[in-house]
Design a binder for this molecule. Sequence first.
Ligand code: BES
Ligand code: MN
Ligand code: ZN
Length: 492
Amino acid sequence: MDFRSQATALDALAGLTADALIVVAAGDALPKNFDAALSELVKDAAKLGDFEFKAGKTLSLLRPAGVKAPRLIVAAAGKATLKAARSAFTAALGQLKGRGAAHAAVVFTGFEAGVESLAEQFVLAAQDASYVYRHTKPSAPAAGKLAKLTLVTDKADAEAAKAAKAGLARGEAIGAGIELARECANRPGNHATPTFLGQQTQALGKSHGLKVEVLDKKAVEKLGMGSFLSVAQGSDEPLRFIVAKYEGAAKTQAPVVLVGKGITFDSGGISLKPGAGMDEMKFDMGGAASVLGAMRAIAELKPKLNVVMLIAACENMPSGHAVKPGDVVTSMSGQTIENLNTDAEGRLILCDALTYAERFKPAVVVDVATLTGACVIALGGVRSGMYASDDELAAALSAAGETALDPCWRMPLDDEYEEGLKSNFADVANVAGREGGSVTAAKFLQRFASKYRWGHLDIAGTAWKGGASKGATGRPVGLLTHFVLSQVKTGR
Ligand code: BES
Ligand code: MN
Ligand code: ZN
């Protein structure tokens, strides 16, 4: 998709050259200084009962009188928020689906959000609508003919053109990151193996100038990652521990470290999951996919700070070699862990990655994981669960989520939640009771993240969608990218 911006007088929109003109409007009327021909058409449609300025409503006209573009789509957003703008634009794109337009010119009017944010979401909405998974389904039909989108800004607004440019660039970088994350996560477990994730990272390193290191079992043994190794030991698919570094500031500057859970298939292991829906556990590397996607976006946006990405990748499988309930393993931190449920494997691979992160003397570490079904029960698919060791970090993650329209919600870390993790046979057990499952998982991780500021995102509900539109969402690439960008200003 080709994205551009163009400044025009608001009363001259009818003269724009494009296959389709899309007007996305907030509020209950078009502004007074808006193009007269367009305003008349909209008023007329309202009179006929064909259009209302209400969220979700669209007006689609062919060869509208007085308009140069052969198609006009007006999409009402209702509210003036960024989120409403994006949904209305998505609805307008839906109207163009299956039609012949290759180039659409788009104008947003009446929104409280700045041009930069609108431009970013304009790109992301279009990217989202045009992505089609085809790696193992080459017959999948194309999303549509649309190949070029022009964001039209108000000529009277001197700052708008510059803001649009910056927003488009950020949208394209994040959009490419989201697409990479979706593509990796959508690929089935027999394709998206730990080896594949290592190769994808190597490829990203080459194309985007990242330093990449892919460690195999031998190297992981040498590091003493007994917990990570115990999860991988039931599978014939070799594990990988993947390290990528983006250097955008002096080497002495403490980096932001992003850690991803990369379980490329979670059968539950000996504590086997039920069969129904188990296929969706190919998405259990959604955390890894999202940190990889965020690295891509960061490498394109080139912020002035250092970022390290860590991915622990393996399968969780039952076999004669598999770790058993009751087994006790020694983590890289030295803490022993009793495995009471082999299906609580995510925390067992992350804890060693969190210990590994210490060597970077990080400014902050954020891990991302499809960690618990309990988080899906708590927050559904709207907001990711967010945990943070301090309020400032929580606020930064929260703000990043809102700005990116990739929201999260802070969850508690009271020490009382740790009670259930006590074990008679090890320093800690890998599961507590059923209650507060997302929180107890976070409490487990926190034991391994005491040496730095730490954030944790439980994306079990947000990383993918089930049902007819089953597929990876690419979340939280947007949140992570905005979070990393926000860390530049604070000088950390
Ligand atoms: N990958 C799952 C979490 C998950 C489950 C994500 C369903 C999305 C949908 C994780 O490894 C897991 O199995 N967690 C267990 C933990 C339990 C055994 C304490 C869970 O949530 O049931
Ligand atoms: Mn599991
Ligand atoms: Zn899992």
